[in-house]
Design a protein around this ligand. Structure first.
Ligand SMILES: CC(C)(COP(=O)(O)OP(=O)(O)OC[C@H]1O[C@@H](n2cnc3c(N)ncnc32)[C@H](O)[C@@H]1OP(=O)(O)O)[C@@H](O)C(=O)NCCC(=O)NCCS
Length: 184
């Protein structure tokens, strides 16, 4: 499992030791407003998320990281390199995801918003996806009203590709090709 670093963050594969910090973020309505069904997550939901993510790290060699604020040691957020899917629910057979495009995802605890941290972590995750993983293209998707997330996608150099169905819902879809990334 790969640890990544940025100037202000350490990206550690999500693990049970991050449960409290991840749940302190995922239980907040303002964090979950534009994610999934928009509902805050229960402690059991965050526990299950960590188990699912551990399985994906073992299966694919990439999944969700916890973003650790290097100055304080707090969990500042989380983000992922993962396969998109069209359906709301994941398939039983994870190998069915391998043909789907890779996406980047991110979220932060509000104490860490508007400091450029999402963009900092996203740049590092994109480098991981393009360089060691060799992704031909990276996508990112958001609820159409989620302007803050759209700005992070712009800052990555992603282009808006229109509305498309992912996770069972129409989502604004942004993307960048490997060549465009390398030429930046
Ligand atoms: C989306 C999110 C991760 C952005 O994090 P952030 O660290 O504040 O973003 P950054 O500081 O890197 O800022 C990126 C840009 O978004 C802008 N921005 C931040 N919050 C904003 C808001 N509420 N509305 C509009 N723009 C906003 C910043 O000003 C910055 O703009 P710039 O590029 O012109 O300077 C954060 O708002 C969040 O965790 N939201 C809840 C979870 C979520 O929605 N995740 C994304 C799901 S697709």
């Amino acid at each position: 499992m790969t640890i990544l670093e940025t100037a202000r963050l350490r990206l550690e594969p999500c693990s049970p030791e991050h449960l409290e910090g991840l749940h302190a973020m995922n239980r907040l309505p303002e964090v979950m407003r534009y994610i999934g069904n928009g509902e805050p997550e229960t402690l059991e939901g965050t526990q299950l998320m960590i188990e699912r993510v551990r399985q994906r790290w073992r299966h694919f060699g990439y999944s969700w990281w916890s973003f650790i604020d290097r100055a304080s040691g707090r969990v500042a957020g989380a983000g992922a390199v993962q396969h998109l899917r069209r359906e709301a629910e994941p398939p039983d057979d994870l190998d069915r995801l391998r043909d789907q495009p890779l996406e980047l995802g991110w979220r932060l605890h509000p104490d860490f918003w508007r400091q450029g941290l999402a963009s900092e972590a996203a740049q590092r995750m994109a480098r991981f996806a393009f360089e060691p993983l060799g992704a031909p293209r990276l996508l990112a998707v958001r609820h159409p009203d989620n302007l803050a997330s759209g700005r992070v996608m712009d800052r990555l150099g992603m282009c808006y590709l229109g509305l498309d169905t992912w996770y069972g819902a129409p989502l604004a879809t942004h993307g960048i090709e490997r060549d465009a990334w390398l030429a930046r």
